[in-house]
Design a protein around this ligand. Structure first.
Ligand code: ZN
Length: 185
């Protein structure tokens, strides 16, 4: 089952830019949201933001077990408490770090019919909403880790990239040996 989109990974500049406000909730946006939901389920994940599929628009989809939802132009109005949770990201596969964020959030935005929505969220849902909203501001969760954790995360990411590059190289025939400047004969 092919996902409609390939999920962009850390290192892709699209993940570091602030996404633009959505001005029209039209059929095109509805189709985008549907394709994002399919991509999220195929991953699988509990949330996916538009920049993760290369689209610079302020919307994300999520499903924390109660069916898929889309929020357009989300804003967090209020936060409360603290909650430690091991967070991961589809754009940084194979990595998870415990991160403290507000436990509860009040988020407002719009649904795909252009109606205003207001969500009082706690724990997992609150975490998903904060994580996805960060993506719309070009922020990856590893930037919110403390310096030591962030260093460890970046080291792992670098090593993974090295491994991926090694594997890719292995599929290509080895280049002819370079001249060393003198003859062995
Ligand atoms: Zn993410």
């Amino acid at each position: 089952m092919d996902a409609p989109y390939e999920i962009r990974r850390i290192g892709d500049p699209v993940l570091r830019q602030r996404a633009k406000e959505v001005t029209d909730v039209d059929a095109k946006l509805v189709r985008l949201a549907g394709d994002m939901v399919e991509t999220m389920y195929a991953a699988p994940g509990v949330g996916l933001a538009a920049p993760q599929v290369g689209v610079q628009k302020r919307l994300f989809v999520y499903d924390v077990g109660e069916g898929p939802h889309t929020i357009v132009n989300p804003e967090i109005r209020e936060t409360d408490g603290e909650w430690a949770f091991e967070e991961g990201c589809l754009s940084i596969p194979g990595l998870a770090f415990e991160l403290v964020r507000p436990k509860q959030v009040h988020l407002v935005g719009y649904d795909l019919e252009g109606n205003e929505v207001s969500i009082e969220a706690d724990e997992l849902l609150a975490r998903a909403l904060q994580h996805e909203l960060d993506h719309l501001d070009g922020i990856l969760y590893i930037e919110r880790l403390d310096p030591d954790q962030r260093k460890a995360a970046l080291k792992i990411i670098r090593e993974q990239k090295l491994t991926a590059a090694d594997l890719a190289d292995a599929e290509v025939p080895a280049p002819a040996q370079k001249s060393t400047g003198f003859s062995l004969r």
